[in-house]
Design a protein around this ligand. Structure first.
Ligand code: BG6
Ligand code: MG
Length: 218
């Protein structure tokens, strides 16, 4: 059996944490008298924590000191972690376990490639940590997506060449990162947003076992 490297983004691919990021960013925005909408939250998908706060401040036309910036980043994360603490397996997105189990049965290396610094905590909460042979997250990289660094490290850790890797991603920046790394990109979400991916599916329920097998054999 051929071996391919399967690299999964976390937020928006394995679990829907965008709603928790939204609640935490909204609380922060409110404290600064900034109106923060769900549409704006959409634009923060795949965007690093620092860059997210910079964007919110720019939308609200606010400038703040570095000290306050650092404090707000810490506060936001604490608030976010309070939601994460309540997560369990029921929050795994539909058919993700089926695909992970199939890959395991087919002996394929599986890696996580996430921008989040909370990735390990979240995987533990939803009981999926042991499904991954390598976990690369926001703590392991110096350049955020769309830079391909996170996926290149993820490929290296499972000893698979980048061109033999397949990336599942829900963000525009993440699909670009996978393409730049010369990996096969699979967008999870809408074709209107992720049209630059090699394949796009609304969610994992649309990804058949045969499709996964065809990726392995090609
Ligand atoms: C990405 C999310 O996966 O991780 C972003 O899509 C988030 O919304 C980024 O800002 C960083 O996450 P964290 O957990 O380190 O704040
Ligand atoms: Mg994501």
């Amino acid at each position: 059996m051929n071996k391919k490297g399967f690299i999964f983004d976390l937020d928006g691919v394995i679990v829907d944490t965008a709603k928790y990021h939204f609640l935490a960013w909204q609380q922060l925005a409110k404290s600064l008298d900034i109106n923060f909408t769900e549409e704006e939250n959409e634009q923060l998908k795949g965007v690093s924590r620092v860059r997210s706060l910079e964007k919110i401040l720019a939308w609200g036309n606010k400038t703040i000191s570095q000290d306050l910036f650092d404090k707000l980043m810490g506060d936001k994360n604490e608030e976010y972690l309070s939601y994460i603490a309540e997560m369990d397996e029921s929050e795994i997105l539909p058919d993700v376990p089926r695909v992970l189990n199939l890959l395991e049965a087919l002996d394929q290396p599986i890696s996580l490639g996430s921008a989040s610094k909370n990735a390990r905590t979240i995987l533990e909460r939803v009981n999926l940590k042991s499904n991954f042979h390598a976990i690369v997250d926001g703590n392991d990289v110096s350049k955020a997506k769309p830079d391909p660094e996170v996926f290149l490290i993820a490929a290296d850790q499972i000893n698979i060449k980048p061109e033999d890797c397949i990336v599942f991603e829900d963000s525009v920046a993440g699909v670009t990162a996978a393409n730049t790394a010369h990996m096969i990109s699979i967008g999870i979400g809408s074709k209107d947003v992720l049209g630059h991916a090699n394949y796009v599916f609304n969610d994992f329920t649309e990804i058949s076992d045969d499709f996964i097998k065809s990726l392995i054999n090609n």
